[in-house]
Design a binder for this molecule. Sequence first.
Ligand code: PMP
Length: 454
Amino acid sequence: MSVSTAAADQSVCAPLPVLGRNVTVPLVTGGEVAYAALDYAASAPALQRVWDDVAAYAPYYGSVHRGAGYLSQLSTDLFENARTTVAEFLDCRADDQVVFTRSTTDSLNLLARALPAGCQVFVFETEHHASLLPWQDAAQVTYLNAPRTPRQAVETLERALADRDPYGPALVCVTGASNVTGELWPVRELAAAAHAHGARIVLDAAQLAPHHPVSVRDLDVDWVAFSGHKLYAPFGSGVLAGRADWLREAEPYLAGGGASRKVSRREDGGVAVEWHESAARHEAGSPNVIGAYSIASACKALTEAGWDTLVAREQHLIDRVREGLAEVPEVRILSLFGDDAPRVGVISFVVEGWNSSHFAAALSAEYGIGVRDGLFCAHPLVRTLLGSDPQTQGECGAPEAAPGEKSLNAIRVSFGAGTPDEHVERFVSAVRELVTDGAKWTYRTEDGRCVPAV
Ligand code: PMP
């Protein structure tokens, strides 16, 4: 692997500069090619701006909330200012809290631990596992069947909420943009339905926040969760932002320093603790100041780049990929809400006659394109879309889904603000070429993954 000094992309509306844009990777067929990172939905490359901001701050790094020294105070200021930047980025209400976590998964698990007693949770089976699974041990959960239109989603939720105990607390958890289909969910309408029935709503914005502006006020959601590493800030931080009351009343997510205001021995020999009521209550331990700072930097960079421009550019890439795939009859794009549904740059598909793992391996080894294959941590949704029981894995190398048969897993291509046109053009021609001519190399299965045989 080497780093070249290829000229920056010259397209009219240029992608935002990201790290890795000049990295080349070897091809099995010989030579090297610029790596096409088309797996943004898993983790997006760092924005150059984020990297530069972190590098500029790094010499000034110091302990947060504890030190009396200049750099500790500076770091504390940066950490606390990062909360303000995130609150502005999400258009939070004045009394919302911004808690720094490790990721979306961490944020939703935190919220699950903060649910009031007797809380009922409503969640669609189509959610990513991070928003599907945290509630089971904390609440009585109702799993809602996959809707086939946004309208059906709202109606399904309304029906379920109408049947609930109207006096108890309730929470709806919904994704903003699917990590499988990229389709946007009717968040504002779902929030209105939730509130009309006295329930609250948390938005899983892991896939939405990197692609669209998110306004807590406008969508009228109670909480939002997202991850830094999908928002071009891969330094191990995430966010849970929203209503303070449930968070303030809950036991701290982790017990320890930072979350506790006062600790003293009790007469009975135990220890009495007074916990903070601010976001620090759920941030015990030394916080990830670089993670928080990098998220704030990404929020500023995206806002300054301008959402209208970013969304328009991404829509152009989405159109290119969808048009290109539509020209290959063997390709079937997975969709819940249909062709006209608004979506972000996340597209999953299957190829007739191909094992998805084999196809993804060939895209990597023969074209230098990084996509993802599998079930994308959303097993019930992918199972519904494939119409299959994906318990059994197909053997790589051997075509799995013969004409008329169902695929066992899918391929996902995803992109965003740093993606040059060339990456999606290369992807579209690679798909066409692989389907027409077949793979040039042979592949075998190793530890359940498809890899080049040599
Ligand atoms: N929700 C969605 C919609 C996601 O796509 C993902 C990541 N694939 C998550 C939650 C979990 O994010 P993380 O792994 O950063 O916790």
